[in-house]
Design a binder for this molecule. Sequence first.
Ligand SMILES: [Ca+2]
Ligand SMILES: [Ca+2]
Length: 315
Amino acid sequence: MESYVLLVLSALLLSTAAEIPYPRDTKQYREDYEYNPDTNAFYKLHIESRQGWNVDNVCKVEGAELMSPATDNDIIQLHGMFKKYPDLGDYVYVANDGRDHESAEEQPIIDLNPPETDSDRRNANGCMVVTREGAVENMRCYRSLPFICKVNARDAPYDPHCEVYATGYQYFASVRSCYKIPRIVYTWSEAYEECRSELAHLVVLNSETEREIVQNLTCSQPKFATARFSWFFLAGFRADKPATPAAGTTAAPRIFKTIFNQTLEQAGFSQWSPNEPNNALGREYCGSVFQNDGKLNDVDCTHLYGFVCEKEVKK
Ligand SMILES: [Ca+2]
Ligand SMILES: [Ca+2]
């Protein structure tokens, strides 16, 4: 009897241990991701087009991976999402599953420079797509196409202290905020969306203490090689573009406001870097912080920069 109880107890303990989710198992993730109970995973079809070598990193920043086309359920999920966008073209990038597939692109009848080795052949066609019909095919990575990210529910990141759907946020008790600089460069709107989807927001400086923290954070980062300028980091403020002034009059002054609709003075930090805001070429309506001094600078909203996400900790 005793040994039976022990057996049941240890079986219970074992099954509990096996069921403890790591990091967790949940039906909740970023609102831009869709849950599929059949696969117990979240998906996002990126309808904006990117070249094949850039898509993996976008998924990683979102806590996911480029979806592998390995299972039927995943292809069915993609097919369902694809159908909602009849104008999206015929291909969606997926992860390279390492197998050989038909090429999605027409090959010239006489190829004057046929690849000599297997590895050359793979590199020429190194990316993979799923077609509207659900076929998996090879694709040259230079094409700009939509793509699909996936994360299994048990792997979907959540930081319970900072309350964000992400890992890597650093908490600073002196300002009671968490910060992260995702490893990607985005336009201001893309950066705004990324922070928001993580349940955070583009950083808003509210004090000199916070300026110092954020400046140190930007200095601790490896350089963003593909940023327009690696020393500016997008922040949560911008100005409306004033209407074109009538001939002979000057444009109304730009008024910068935070994403919470406060003026910089109301937010608590309004120091610009020397000679800023300079509105270079008349195109700088978005906010950034300058790595050199942690102070403010205006930048072109369409240029790619690193950016800082922030999340206040209420508890
Ligand atoms: Ca802040
Ligand atoms: Ca500027």
